[in-house]
Design a binder for this molecule. Structure first.
Ligand code: AMP
Length: 446
């Protein structure tokens, strides 16, 4: 199937070409014709599948006809980064359309958002908290809305946003097209879909398996040797840009500093950073000024950095779904990539669960010459075990305020912080060694 078959408006067809897209991805092949027919869609797709363009292109095409300067399309996304990324796709694919879009999220000055909305926009890409604030203050008019997209719905649920979503639904026209995208389908999202979608078409791609272009490997190691092993791995591996996941914000920050000290251009992305510093970390990584970005799951969710050559799970994720999400950051849209996961003996059950989900065992590797037998320091306060995030004492409805930094939504530049995504498990100290295989540098074909 070719993009020409969708009969997009010529200026949109030109932007698709400029973006370098030659063939629609499977989710685009399935979704675009259905969305163009005006049908509701339940899209089961993980990030990296091209799902943003799957809804952005038909929306842009639809908005080419009709009144300009009123909000006709609204995309709701869980994080500021994802909102910026989605808006970036609208700007890229709609650059010759003269349609206007704006992002609306907390943690930044509200006045430019109010001004942009006042001047007239066609598309709003928003996070739920700040959007509700605008609705409450009467600074956004959604009475002419035609298309609603809820992106990464499962993540919005994880972050406690579903009550806000339901509130937003009460402020937009009932007669509309609704597109719901989610990587997974927990019962809460199933229920939401049943409540808000009318006669939907379900499209599904690759949400049970990671991109085939990714090669995975496990690196068994004791907890206290993870950083040393990581440095060894980086030394021996031909990397372009590396995204490293840690279990907590604290570990992301610490590891970022350690890598920086070791001479790498590294930044960490975690919810305690101000919006400006988060954006600087992201932009620096995207531009190649930082070779390494260390992040927590929530901070990195949905981030599209097409050049990522390696994903390293410094800490194994809590669920097999999270594993698939994380390594979906590499090997994006048919590029190849490598995923390394450091595992301790206490991760055995999770490794088995992930392998079951993938339907195949993961290769175990060791780094030749690395001294795996260095004993743990007596008092390894830092990395003897992953420190817990502070337990949230707030209700989920409060947690989401922090995640967008909208405690006082109309107070400019509130830095905000992100909540922990999933409850942390208690993790006993590690033991056990690595099987002896030969280090394979896993060089990526360029
Ligand atoms: P997404 O899943 O929307 O985050 O998209 C993942 C990446 O794939 C982004 O960098 C897109 O620019 C890219 N992409 C989307 N559609 C296509 C396509 N048809 N061909 C090549 N790359 C694409």
């Amino acid at each position: 199937m070719e993009f020409q078959e969708f009969n997009f408006h010529p200026v949109i067809a030109a932007s698709i070409k400029d973006a370098g897209y030659s063939t629609p991805t499977p989710i685009q092949q399935q979704s675009i014709p259905t969305v163009m027919q005006g049908r509701d869609v339940m899209g089961l797709a993980q990030t990296g599948t091209g799902k943003t363009a799957a809804f952005a292109l038909p929306i842009l095409n639809r908005l080419m006809d009709g009144k300009r300067g009123t909000v006709r399309a609204l995309v709701v996304a869980p994080t500021r980064e994802l909102a910026e990324q989605i808006n970036g796709s609208f700007l890229q694919l709609g650059k010759q359309t003269r349609l206007k879009s704006v992002t609306v999220y907390g943690g930044v000055n509200v006045n430019p958002q109010i001004q942009a909305l006042k001047n007239g926009v066609d598309i709003v890409v928003a996070c739920p908290g700040r959007l509700l604030d605008h609705i409450g203050q009467g600074t956004i008019n959604l009475s002419c809305l035609e298309v609603l997209v809820l992106d990464e719905a499962d993540q919005m649920f994880d972050m406690g946003f579903l009550p806000d979503i339901r509130k937003i639904l009460g402020h937009i026209p009932a007669k509309r097209q609704t597109l719901l995208f989610s990587a997974t389908m927990p019962p809460s999202i199933n229920k939401l879909a049943q409540d808000i979608l009318i006669d939907p078409v379900t499209v599904q791609v690759g949400n049970t398996a990671p991109p085939v272009t990714v090669s995975h490997a496990l690196y068994p190691v004791e907890q206290h040797l993870k950083t040393a092993l990581l440095l060894e791995l980086l030394k021996h591996t031909d990397t372009d840009s590396v995204l490293i996941f840690t279990r907590t914000k604290h570990r992301a920050k610490r590891l970022g500093e350690q890598l920086d000290k070791a001479g790498y251009k590294a930044a960490s992305l975690q919810g305690n950073l101000s919006q400006n510093r988060r954006q600087a970390a992201l932009d620096g990584f995207r531009d190649g000024n930082y070779q390494i970005l260390v992040a927590t799951d929530i901070a990195a969710r949905g981030i599209d950095v097409s050049q990522i050559s390696h994903v390293v799970n410094y800490d194994i994720p809590d669920t097999p779904e999270a594993y698939v999400h994380r390594i979906g950051r590499t090997g994006r849209a048919a590029k190849s990539g490598d995923a390394f996961t450091m595992v301790c003996s206490e991760d055995t059950v999770m490794v088995r669960t992930i392998e079951k989900k993938l339907g195949a065992p993961l290769q175990r590797r060791t780094v030749e010459g690395f001294n795996y037998s260095i004993p743990a320091p007596k008092k390894d306060a830092e990395f003897a075990r992953p420190p817990r995030e502070p337990r949230p004492t707030r209700k989920p409805s409060d947690v989401k305020k922090g995640s967008e930094g909208t405690i006082n939504p109309f107070k400019p530049d509130h830095p905000g912080s992100k909540p922990a995504g999933r409850p942390l498990q208690s993790r006993p100290g590690s033991a056990g060694g690595a099987p002896k295989t030969v280090f394979n540098s896993s060089r990526r074909g360029k």
